[in-house]
Ligand binder design. Structure first.
Ligand code: GMT
Length: 373
């Protein structure tokens, strides 16, 4: 099939899911065209059936805000016509679903019927989409997509609660290429560079937005560190980094906390982690938690949003109420306190990810495309 994928090209979860999906579809022989403003960060190669079309904005002094949706929908029309695309799969409703609706109407006038699949990822519904500024347009573009998917049951329910949705929303979980982690695990994990053999490594990966509560990550670590020799690795960049760095200094744990910035080597870093911290205000799914588990790293998280659909209490990690830093620290200590317990949680975490494997989720997306074309 010929599929256009529209996404944010950044390190955010929706962009990662879109990119991994596109690359896997191309691997299976589909022709995939990414349409976005930069080459997606995880799209590390292009080939005869994997293409990237850049959306370029013409700056004009009159515009205080550049009309990205206009440029995007025009680009979608151009790419659909030139490459005879059958499906536009847009990830993250704002503004992609709206731009896709406009492209579909423009193509209709030219006698072409492209199908639109919209995947809701989380904050496009929970934090941004339901805001009165966007709500009407988001609701309209969801209801006018040919198929709508959400990444967890919780996100589906939330969408139906916050909006007046006439479409059936299909739940398709985030997925993981388990083979990629298998290969890594068989390689030697060089944790020696970061921690001494008796030290535990705790890790957090995010875009450091307020919703991730990075200061809670630091506070949890600080409590764990009092009882267990350990290091904290923070991967990612974002608005909360400065606050987190300040807190690290205040708590006098600077020598054991490392801010590593954005990385395309997350899987390698996770491979030598012992516990993953995700104390988010909300997560529609928590792809970062799934990636951690695939690398045999148990997860300490909140119990918000779709996290209970990914992290299993007392098996793959623990879930606590939002902001309960002490409970999260206590749970992390209980996993890290002895080698046998840690080994059990690590093995459980890895086993659990089998149900979210690329092999099982990819055919579901393919089935959806086939059913509408
Ligand atoms: O988590 C973020 O801030 C990034 C965001 C995105 O849309 O790029 O991630 C969302 O989509 C991911 C992929 O479906 C989910 O795994 C994340 O849970 C979700 N983030 C939130 O709901 C906060």
């Amino acid at each position: 099939m010929k599929i256009g994928i529209v996404c944010y090209p950044t390190f955010g979860g929706s962009g990662v899911v879109a990119t991994e999906l596109g690359m896997a579809l191309a691997d299976k022989g589909h022709e995939v065209h990414f349409i976005t403003y930069n080459q997606p960060v995880r799209l590390d190669f292009l080939s005869h059936n994997l293409h990237f079309h850049q959306v370029v904005i013409e700056e004009y002094p009159l515009f205080e805000y550049q009309p990205y949706e206009l440029a995007l929908s025009s680009k979608m029309v151009e790419v659909v016509r030139k490459h005879e695309l059958e499906v536009l799969h847009v990830h993250y409703a704002i503004p992609h679903a709206y731009a896709a609706y406009m492209a579909k109407q423009m193509l209709k006038e030219k006698g072409l019927d492209v199908k639109v699949v919209t995947t809701l990822h989380g904050t496009d519904i929970t934090l941004v989409g339901s805001h009165p500024t966007y709500k009407t347009a988001v609701e309209f573009s969801i209801n006018n997509s040919d198929v709508v998917t959400a990444v967890s049951n919780n996100l589906k329910e939330t969408t139906n609660t916050l909006f007046n949705i006439s479409k059936k929303i299909e739940v398709i979980y985030n997925f993981i290429d388990t083979d990629k982690y298998e290969v890594l695990h068989n390689e030697e994990c060089k944790r020696i560079a970061l921690a001494k053999p008796h030290e535990r490594i705790l890790t957090h990966v995010s875009n450091f937005r307020p919703v991730k509560r990075v200061e809670d990550v630091v506070r949890i670590f600080s409590e764990v560190h009092k009882e267990i020799p350990s290091k904290l690795l923070l991967i990612g960049e974002g608005p909360e980094r400065v606050k987190a760095e300040k807190l690290v200094k205040e708590l006098k744990i600077s020598k054991d906390v490392f801010f590593l910035g954005n990385s395309t080597e997350v899987a390698k870093i996770l491979c030598y982690s012992d516990v993953f911290l995700l104390p988010s205000q909300t997560e529609s799914f928590g792809l970062a938690a799934l990636e951690a588990m695939a690398a045999s790293t148990p997860v300490i998280s909140t119990n918000t949003g779709g996290l209970p659909e990914v992290n299993t209490q007392g098996k793959t990690g623990y879930l606590s109420d939002l902001g309960d830093v002490n409970d999260m620290a206590k749970n992390a200590i209980s996993i890290l306190k002895d080698d046998a317990t840690l080994k059990r949680f690590k093995s459980n975490a890895k086993k659990h990810t089998k149900q979210f494997s690329l092999e099982s989720i990819l055919p579901v997306y393919e089935g959806i495309y086939k059913s509408i074309v």
